[in-house]
Design a protein around this ligand. Structure first.
Ligand SMILES: Nc1ncnc2c1ncn2[C@@H]1O[C@H](COP(=O)(O)OP(=O)(O)OP(=O)(O)O)[C@@H](O)[C@H]1O
Length: 301
């Protein structure tokens, strides 16, 4: 009996001990498991985050690339459009469902014709290709002038065969309240065309191209024709007279009608040519530009 009691006590203690050990083991296992699950969750979330970050980085890079190419295409399209139609008209076309026409007061117009180009043009030589190259180079030189700030209000309208047609003051917002400055700009442009022509001739072997210029100003209607292959042009009596000033003009000279004199003679000298017959107008009094008036000194053309 005496021997049995301590045994029972030991057994109880061992039982309690082993129960405690089992409890703390399972607690530890649970803690390890939780920690493991937590680490797994963090790893999984981290991975998911990295994948989505990489995807969004790739997406952003692709979007930036696409945006660049769309921007480039848009710029190319605008560049093409601005080469066909003046900038201020493009803006109005965008806002007004591809329709544009406007009455413009006191626009300047010139027609500059290479009078003897047809003499040079010879289809028997390379189908005329060589001569077209010459015309293309000359018109290219004229076009380049339009990039100069001093001709900012001058707009090329088109070429008609070997005639270069330009106008000024068509963008009313550019005039800044001054309705005559663009007309002087256009006359300076016409004078510069003559200079370009002289320079061109100096480099042209065995041929001398001749140019005749008609100048006028007045009211015109500007508009865009068609919805495909758009054509920007100007029309009106003032345009017809400018064309007639060219066709009835004199080689190497700039001819203007008498109506332009009061304004233009503020800066230029003219010689009276007399009367010429202009279809639809009968006889018109016309003048040839003699040179610039510069601070009392006369510069002759
Ligand atoms: N927008 C324009 N572009 C090119 N040329 C023009 C323009 N407007 C008028 N002209 C030219 O001005 C000239 C005078 O025109 P107008 O209407 O007085 O006569 P027309 O009888 O039509 O011309 P033509 O006798 O040459 O056939 C014409 O040669 C015409 O081609």
């Amino acid at each position: 009996m005496i021997d049995i009691l301590p045994t029972i006590g030991l057994n109880n203690t061992l039982g309690i001990l082993s129960e405690n050990i089992t409890k703390s083991d399972s607690f530890l296992v649970e803690v390890y498991l939780d920690v493991f699950l937590l680490v797994l969750l963090i790893w999984f979330l981290n991975r998911e985050f990295e994948i989505s970050y990489r995807l969004s980085f790739h997406g952003n890079a692709q979007a930036a690339k696409d945006k660049c190419s769309v921007e480039r295409l848009k710029n190319q399209a605008e560049w093409l459009l601005h080469n066909i139609i003046p900038k201020h008209v493009v803006e109005q076309l965008k806002n007004n469902s591809a329709r544009y026409s406007e009455d413009v007061k006191d626009a300047g117009i010139i027609f500059a014709s290479v009078t003897n180009f047809s003499e040079m043009y010879d289809e028997s030589f390379m189908g005329g290709v060589e001569y077209l190259r010459v015309l293309n180079e000359l018109v290219g030189d004229f076009d380049e002038l339009l990039d100069q700030e001093r001709f900012s209000m001058v707009e090329k309208i088109k070429t008609i065969g070997s005639t270069f047609m330009a106008a000024s003051g068509l963008n009313l917002s550019e005039r800044n309240g001054n309705n005559t400055e663009h007309l002087f700009q256009l006359m300076e442009f016409a004078l510069t065309l003559q200079g370009v022509m002289d320079n061109f001739n100096a480099h042209l072997l065995s041929f001398n191209l001749e140019m005749r210029i008609g100048y006028n100003f007045g009211d015109v209607t500007a508009g865009v024709i068609g919805t495909k292959k758009l054509l920007y042009d100007i029309w009106g009596d003032a345009v017809n007279i400018a064309s007639r000033m060219d066709s009835t003009g004199v080689k190497g000279k700039i001819q203007v009608p008498a109506t332009c004199l009061p304004l233009l003679s503020q800066r230029y000298n003219f010689e009276h040519r007399g009367k010429v017959f202009v279809k639809g107008k009968d006889m018109m009094d016309v003048y040839l530009l003699a040179g610039r008036k510069q601070e009392g000194v006369t510069e002759t053309t």
